[in-house]
Write a protein that binds this ligand. Structure first.
Ligand code: ADP
Ligand code: MP5
Ligand code: MG
Length: 472
């Protein structure tokens, strides 16, 4: 097995000291089932014959999980049983010698505590370094504690994959963010736990989080007091799609599942202040626009998005709520068409909105295709015509100027669809923020939406909201 950096992500090192009800073999099996990415067999006092037997069995187990099997210290044993590699300390066999014995294809790791030791290991052909002890540790009581600052100096100075070791636990591992390491090596954080498999699953999630970057998305829309549509649906959708959601509110609505009883627009000036506050600080990687009721507010949005050169603009041209309430003034529709649509990457009208935008009746799937092309030709933005209305399916048609694609959905027998349009457009924007293409974003968004409708939440007396958090 050839070395690659991902192997170091969650590197498990055995310690017989922790075995009790379970044998070491069973413990290793649990660690592998939990998602460890590398296994090092570390035996300090075992006789050669038992070490050989143990190593052979654990090697087979690792092979089943396609996880590299590394032996600590004992290069000759590694050679004899054809292990994937060895890990040598400063007092063990030198790296050059180990390389001579094992050849170029085996993995060799070296423990390093100083930049000098790290440089030498690199010269001698090490594949990776184990750097520690990062924190005080019970597994090696004579170990000097390096701390995070010196760890960072090592990763910045020596160009070799590094795994941090020593005293790393579930509680402190996030402190290693941005230190430049490729993973963590642990003993007691796995083998010292009651439920080893669960501890491994939990720690793996935690260490994966060290490498995730949070993507950002802004919604410019109206507030829905009942929480199922508008800003509230958008932010919940962004959370469920694992992006950081921000908001600029265009209007407050007094609304529930049976209808809208009152609307209060913010002033254009206040909308501008919100958009500036967001862009000046946390620049959003995508922007979703929902309910905007007046000419002046649309104008402000367009001006601001142009000013900040906003990326990935998704416009849901909200005109009428699922409950039937009108959410845009007639005169604003022309501003929406002339100013907002041309700066959008994609717009997501439902069938009634498509009819307004094209001045044509949309009754069939062919009509949807013709209308989509007409919208593209007029506004030069991609368009997703949503089929949730009139036509008795849940198929949406995307046209991007070059080709048309049908996204077929399975229609769910659920009348609780308050906020479906808001949710779909926010999920598309979230996916664009994460770097997916438009086609992939629509596909992922539809999958998410179908799950939220399919969770069959049933709240309120009208067309109720969906369960945005069904996947969390
Ligand atoms: N009952 C349903 N089952 C599955 N998907 C649906 C259902 N109703 C609507 N959808 C989907 O929800 C999204 C929103 O569609 P639509 O209801 O047409 O928009 P809007 O909420 O803006 O009126 C579309 O992707 C549509 O296909
Ligand atoms: C504030 C606000 N914005 C948008 C909608 C549209 O809802 P739907 O997604 O059901 O079309 C809504 N009902 N309220
Ligand atoms: Mg809608």
């Amino acid at each position: 097995m050839k070395f690659n950096n991902d192997m170091l992500r969650l590197y498990a090192v055995t310690d017989r000291h922790w075995t009790g009800e379970q044998t070491l073999y069973e413990q290793v099996r649990d660690v592998l089932m939990g998602g460890a990415t590398c296994l090092q067999l570390r035996e300090k006092d075992l006789d050669e014959a038992s070490f050989y037997e143990e190593a052979k069995n654990i090697k087979e187990l690792c092979c089943l999980f396609d996880v590299p099997f590394i032996i600590n210290d004992n290069v000759m044993l590694a050679k004899k049983i054809d292990a994937d590699g060895v890990h040598v300390g400063q007092d063990d066999m030198a790296c050059v010698k180990a390389r001579e014995i094992l050849g170029p294809d085996k993995i060799i790791g070296v423990s390093a505590h100083t930049i000098e030791e790290a440089r030498i290991a690199k010269e001698q052909g090490a594949d990776y370094l184990g750097v520690g002890a990062i924190f005080p540790t019970s597994s090696k009581d004579d170990a000097e504690v390096l701390g995070i600052k010196r760890l960072k100096e090592m990763t910045e100075t020596v160009d070799l994959p590094m795994v941090a070791i020593g005293g790393i636990s579930y509680d402190n591992c996030l402190l290693l963010k941005d230190t430049g390491i490729d993973g963590i090596a642990v003993i007691s954080a796995l083998f010292g736990q009651k439920n080893i498999k669960q501890a491994t699953i939990d720690l793996k999630k935690r260490v994966d989080a060290l490498y995730e970057t949070m993507h950002t998305c802004l919604t410019i829309a109206g507030s829905d007091s009942s929480g199922g549509a508008g800003i509230q649906a958008d932010l919940k959708t962004m959370l469920a799609n694992k992006v950081f959601g921000m908001s600029a509110i265009t209007a407050l609505t007094a609304q529930n599942t049976t209808g809208v009883t009152d609307i209060m627009d913010v002033t254009p000036k206040f909308l501008e202040s919100q958009i500036r506050a967001v862009f000046d600080d946390i620049y959003p990687e995508a922007v979703k626009i929902g309910m905007v009721s007046s000419k002046a507010l649309i104008h402000t949005i367009v001006e601001m998005l142009k000013h900040y050169d906003a990326k990935h603009i998704v416009v849901d041209p909200v005109m009428v709520a699922t409950s039937g309430a009108k959410l845009i003034s007639d005169e604003a529709i022309s501003t929406l068409k002339e100013e907002l649509l041309p700066i959008a990457e994609v717009i997501t009208p439902n069938i009634p909105e498509t009819e307004v935008l094209t001045d044509m009746e949309v009754k069939t799937v062919e009509d949807m295709e013709i209308a989509a092309k007409k919208i593209y030709d007029t506004y030069h933005c991609a368009v997703l015509v949503k089929g949730g209305h009139q036509l008795n399916d849940a198929n949406d048609y995307l046209y991007n100027g070059e080709k048309g694609t049908w996204f077929k959905g399975h229609r769910i027998d659920n009348s609780n669809t308050h906020g479906t349009g808001c949710t779909l457009s926010s999920a598309i924007a979230s996916n664009l923020a994460k770097g997916y293409t438009l086609e992939e974003s629509v596909k992922n968004a539809k999958t998410y939406l179908s799950g939220a409708i399919g969770a069959m939440l049933d709240l309120g007396q009208g067309s109720g909201p969906m369960d945005h958090g069904y996947n969390i």
